[in-house]
Design a protein around this ligand. Structure first.
Ligand code: UD1
Length: 372
């Protein structure tokens, strides 16, 4: 059945793909977005990639009056509006807390007056901190961390209390959160606020814990975006990608179309209500591997990545998704293979201009000891 759906942050990378997926299913899609200059550029209008079939409303999620109008006649809400830079969240604590926490609170306050039939909120793998590990006896370690002393010595892998190696394994939703940044704290607050309010007011609510999402429309000029977009933007500008640590840290890269489909499917999956669900891919690569694959795919093998041996405060070593619940509760199975997804990304990147602002971001972090 066709529904009227609001996507907050729907002009962004994930939101715009979700809009396409929902439109393709015959829904009416309204987007509420502040067109943040860091993402869309200064004085930007509605991005060209946003479907003309979307009803667009410009506004800030902290503005209750604007958001009230956006909620008019709406059956379901996808709450994706957020500030998304993990490093940046550590020096813009007030802005991140205002947009991510208070913005969500503003939405929920309005939903009390005007409940919807469905709420889906974007959460993040960042809430886990380090992923789940196993020690040499097969015991599960859910609180692995790396001390500052360890990182200073370049000992990148988390170790057991006896200093023995640990093996990373797929992280299920039951892993206890280890919040290592203001961004992660905000994402956890967002998902809990939504699930608690949904439960109290009978709004079926699902939180989607996205892993490392990549694909077209990623904000190439935003230096706080994900590693693939940063590396692509560097290579596009003829500059070497800069790899932190030794490049052997692993991530779970999930294509944005798989993410959009998982989100759209949640509408027709009442059994997913009340849950926070991992959305990853099982495509697990090291940062070194993705730098090499990207350079090859872009025909820029002449630019070797620079392995800096430095690290970002709050970075984790390994985290990848256990997708058991995603399959059980959403019927989710990733469909886009990494080679296919990367090929598409590279083709799109070639048609873009990207302002390389990594240097500026690096300076901001470095000044505050957040890159060392
Ligand atoms: C983080 C968040 C995630 C969020 C994402 C995008 C954590 C654990 N996860 O993911 O929830 O959705 O940011 O905001 O906080 N790297 C380089 N060189 C660079 C940039 C990154 O080597 O120029 C490395 C990082 O050190 C890291 C890996 O690439 O080891 C991935 O970094 P990034 O893409 O920022 O994502 P996460 O930190 O995994």
């Amino acid at each position: 059945m066709s529904a009227k759906i609001l996507i907050t942050g729907g002009a962004g990378f994930i939101g715009s793909h979700l809009a396409d997926a929902l439109l393709a299913r015959g829904h009416h899609v309204r987007v509420f977005d502040n067109l943040s200059p860091q993402v869309h550029g200064k004085d930007a209008g509605v991005p060209d990639y946003l479907s003309p079939d979307v009803e667009f409303m410009r506004g800030d999620v902290r503005d209750a009056n604007a958001l009230r109008q956006a909620l008019e006649g709406v059956d379901a809400v996808y709450h994706l509006a957020a500030m998304v830079g993990v490093g940046q969240s550590m020096y813009q604590i007030d802005d991140y807390t205002a947009v991510n926490d208070l913005g969500t609170a503003t939405l929920l306050q309005l939903l009390i007056e005007r409940p919807v039939k469905r709420l889906v909120v974007a959460s993040s793998m960042s809430i886990y901190g380090e992923g789940l590990y196993e020690d040499e006896h097969g015991a599960l370690i859910s609180n692995a961390t790396r001390s500052a002393e360890q990182l200073k010595k370049g000992q990148w892998e988390p170790v057991s209390t006896d200093g023995l190696p640990l093996t990373p394994i797929a992280t299920p939703e039951s892993k206890q959160p280890e919040l290592a940044s203001i961004y992660a704290l905000g994402k956890y607050a967002q998902e809990r606020m939504c699930l608690i309010t949904g439960q109290a007011y009978g709004i079926p609510t699902t939180a989607m814990r996205f892993f490392n999402v990549y694909g077209t429309r990623q904000a190439l000029s935003n230096p706080y975006t994900g590693v693939l977009a940063i590396f692509a933007s560097r290579l596009l500008n003829g500059k070497a990608p800069r790899i932190f640590e030794d490049g052997r840290q692993r991530r779970d890269f999930v294509h944005v179309k798989d993410v959009a489909r998982a989100c759209a499917d949640a509408l027709d999956r009442p059994e997913s209500a009340g849950h926070a669900i991992n959305i990853g891919s099982g495509n697990i690569y090291t940062v070194e591997q993705i730098a090499a694959t990207l350079a090859r795919t872009m025909g820029r093998q002449d630019i070797a990545p620079e392995v800096t041996g430095e690290y970002r405060v709050g970075d984790i070593r390994h985290c990848f998704a256990d997708l058991t619940n995603a399959e059980k509760l959403l019927g989710f199975r990733p469909e886009v293979g990494f080679d296919e997804g990367l090929g598409e990304l590279v083709e799109w990147v070639a048609s873009q201009t990207a302002e390389d602002r990594v240097g500026e971001a690096d300076k901001e972090l470095r000044q505050r000891g957040l890159v060392a």
